[in-house]
Design a protein around this ligand. Structure first.
Ligand code: ADP
Ligand code: G6P
Length: 484
C-alpha cells in the first residue's frame, strides 16, 4: 500500500504575516484539524489543504519561507485567492452548506456564483491531489467544503481508492432536498468508495437522500453506482486521549509559570475566591454552539437559585471564527451584550459571574481550563461531534468533574454518563447546572471512570484505523463485485 493523502479545506496550521513582515505559524482550531493532526503525525501521510491566508496576502519575498513552514509538517498548500475565499469559503461552504446541514434554514443562502466558485475550488483541489497521486495511494477527503472532490478525483483516476468523511451533521432528507444543487452534491460524495459519518443517524439521513433524490436502491449500507459499490458507515471520532491525559498530569505535577491572563484569573479563582465553583465553556464562536442561550441560562440560574451568587462563576472561551459572515458578527455582538448585562446585574466587589475571553488559546491554557473547572457546560443546538466534551473528560486525572452535554451533539451518543440536556429547554439546563454543582464526588468519579475507559479505547487512532480498515475491505468487495 502506498501513502495516505489527507485532504481538507484547512490545514492543521494557520499562516499569518505579522505587521513587521514575519511569517507566523499557529495551530488551526476546530475538531477536524486537532483530531486528524495526531493521525497525520504518526503515519506516512501527506496533507493537502489551505493555509488560512489569501494568496495575495503573502509577500513575494516570503513565499519560500511559507512553503518551507508548510512542508515541515508534511503538508502541501493549495492557495486560494481572496475572491475564492469570499465565494467558496465564506460563500457556499459557510453561508449555504454549514447552516443548512445544521438545520439553520433561515441563515441558508443560495447564490449561483457561490456554487460556481465551490465547483471551481473543488476542481483546484482535485488537480492538487492528482499531481501527487501514485496508483497504490489511498485518498482520504474530509468535510463539507469538499463534497464534490471524491467524484472529481474519480473522474481523473477511476481506479483509485477514495474515502470521504463528513465531520458535520448530515441533515434529514426533508432539509437536504431544499438545496438547489442536491443531485450534484450527492453524486460528488458518491465518487468515494466509503463515506463515513460520526453517527448512525447522519448516515441514515444521507442514504435516505440518495434514495429519494437520485432514485438509487440502498442495500443495507451500500449503493451501486454504475459498476461501483459505495459503502457508508458511522465512525465516531475520538481524541488523542494519551496526549490530553499526559498534559493534564504534567500540569498537575508542575503548574506552568507563564504569566497569561488565563493563568492570573485561575490563580485568583483558586487562591482568592476559593469556595467558588467554576463552570467552563469552550467553543469556536458559532451560532450552532448555543452560546447565547447558555449565557441566558446561566443568568436565569443565578436568579432562580440566588444562594449560588458569589459561589459559582462561568468561564467562557470563544474562538473567533468565520468573522466575515454576518451571522457570526451579529452573534459576537449579542454575546458581548449578554455578558455585559449579566455581569452588570449580578457582579459584586469580589465576584464577576462571567469571565469571557474572545481569542484562541495555546494548548497549555486549554489544559489549565479543563483541569481547573468543576463543570463543563456544552450546549450546542447542533454539532457533528464536539471534541471539547471528550477533551474535558480526558483531562480529569482525579476523575472528578461533571459534563453537561447537549443531546444535539454527536458526542452525546457515546457519552451516556454525562448529564444530557435539551439545549432549548431552559428550565432543564438551569436545574441540571444545580444538579452538577451538587453531585457527590463518588458519583462524579463513578461516571467519569466509565467515560474515560470508553474514550481511552475509542481514541482518534482507533477511529482512523477503523475507517482505513473498512476502506480496505470496501476495496476488496469491489474486486469481488467485479468478478461476479
Ligand atoms: P468544532 O470542530 O466545531 O470547532 P469541536 O469541539 O469538535 O468543535 O473541536 C474544537 C477543537 O478546537 C477542540 O479540539 C479544542 O481543543 C480546540 N479549541 C477550542 N477552543 C480553542 C481555543 N480557544 N484555543 C485553541 N483551541 C481551541
Ligand atoms: C469544524 C469543521 C471543520 C473546520 C472547523 C473550523 O470543525 O468541521 O471543517 O475546519 O470547524 O472552521 P474554519 O471555517 O475555521 O475552517
Amino acid at each position: 500500500m502506498g501513502k495516505t493523502i489527507i485532504i481538507s479545506n484547512r490545514l492543521p496550521l494557520q499562516i499569518n504575516i505579522s505587521e513587521n513582515n514575519k511569517v507566523e505559524v499557529t495551530p488551526s482550531v476546530g475538531g477536524l484539524a486537532t483530531g486528524l493532526k495526531s493521525f497525520h503525525q504518526e503515519g506516512d501521510s501527506i496533507w493537502i489543504g489551505w493555509t488560512g491566508i489569501a494568496e495575495e496576502d503573502i509577500p513575494a519575498e516570503l513565499e519560500d519561507e511559507v512553503e518551507a513552514e508548510v512542508k515541515k509538517q508534511r503538508c502541501v498548500p493549495v492557495s486560494l485567492t481572496s475572491e475564492e475565499i469570499e465565494k467558496f469559503y465564506y460563500g457556499f461552504s459557510n453561508r449555504t452548506i454549514w447552516p443548512l446541514f445544521h438545520y439553520f434554514m433561515e441563515y441558508t443562502e443560495f447564490h449561483n456564483e457561490h456554487w460556481e466558485a465551490y465547483k471551481q475550488v473543488n476542481e483546484k483541489y482535485a488537480e492538487a491531489v492528482v499531481e501527487r497521486l501514485n496508483d497504490d495511494d489511498v485518498v482520504w477527503v474530509h468535510d463539507y467544503q469538499l463534497l464534490l472532490l471524491p467524484d472529481y478525483i474519480r473522474r481523473k483516476k477511476p481506479k483509485v481508492t477514495i474515502g470521504f468523511f463528513n465531520h458535520i451533521p448530515f441533515p434529514s432528507s426533508e432539509v437536504f432536498r431544499t438545496l438547489p444543487w442536491r443531485e450534484e452534491v450527492l453524486k460528488g460524495m458518491l465518487g468515494a468508495d466509503l463515506i463515513g459519518f460520526h453517527t448512525y443517524d447522519y448516515e441514515r439521513h444521507f442514504l435516505r437522500s440518495v434514495n429519494r433524490i437520485l432514485r438509487l436502491d440502498i442495500n443495507f449500507n451500500s449503493v451501486n453506482v454504475g459498476n461501483r459499490v459505495v459503502r457508508s458507515d458511522s465512525f465516531p471520532m475520538g481524541i488523542d486521549y494519551k496526549k490530553f491525559r499526559k498534559a493534564a498530569k504534567d500540569h498537575k505535577a508542575q503548574p506552568r509559570s507563564e504569566n497569561s491572563d488565563i493563568q492570573k484569573k485561575l490563580d485568583y479563582h483558586k487562591y482568592v475566591t476559593r469556595n467558588t465553583k467554576l463552570i467552563l465553556s469552550i467553543d469556536r464562536l458559532d451560532y450552532t454552539k448555543g452560546i447565547a442561550n447558555r449565557i441566558r441560562a446561566f443568568g436565569y440560574f443565578l436568579e432562580k437559585y440566588p444562594e449560588y451568587q458569589e459561589k459559582v462563576r462561568l468561564i467562557m472561551l470563544a474562538v473567533p471564527s468565520r468573522t466575515n459572515v454576518p451571522q457570526y458578527q451579529l452573534l459576537k455582538k449579542e454575546i458581548d451584550e449578554l455578558v455585559g448585562r449579566i455581569n452588570g446585574k449580578f457582579a459584586t466587589i469580589n465576584w464577576t459571574p462571567i469571565w469571557y475571553f474572545y481569542r484562541s488559546m495555546p494548548f497549555d491554557n486549554l489544559i489549565d481550563l479543563y483541569t481547573s473547572s468543576n463543570v463543563a457546560l456544552i450546549t450546542p443546538t447542533r454539532d457533528g461531534m464536539n471534541l471539547v466534551a471528550k477533551e474535558y473528560i480526558a483531562t480529569r486525572t482525579d476523575q472528578t468533574g461533571v459534563l453537561i452535554l447537549s443531546e444535539m451533539a454527536g458526542a452525546a451518543h457515546e457519552l451516556n454518563e454525562a448529564l444530557i440536556i435539551n439545549p432549548n429547554n431552559f428550565e432543564q439546563i438551569v436545574d441540571t447546572i444545580k444538579l452538577a454543582l451538587e453531585m457527590p464526588e463518588e458519583e462524579q468519579i463513578r461516571r467519569n471512570k466509565l467515560l474515560q475507559k470508553r474514550l481511552k479505547r475509542y481514541n482518534v487512532e482507533k477511529w482512523a484505523k477503523d475507517f482505513m480498515k473498512s476502506l480496505d475491505n470496501t476495496k476488496d468487495s469491489k474486486k469481488a463485485f467485479k468478478a461476479i
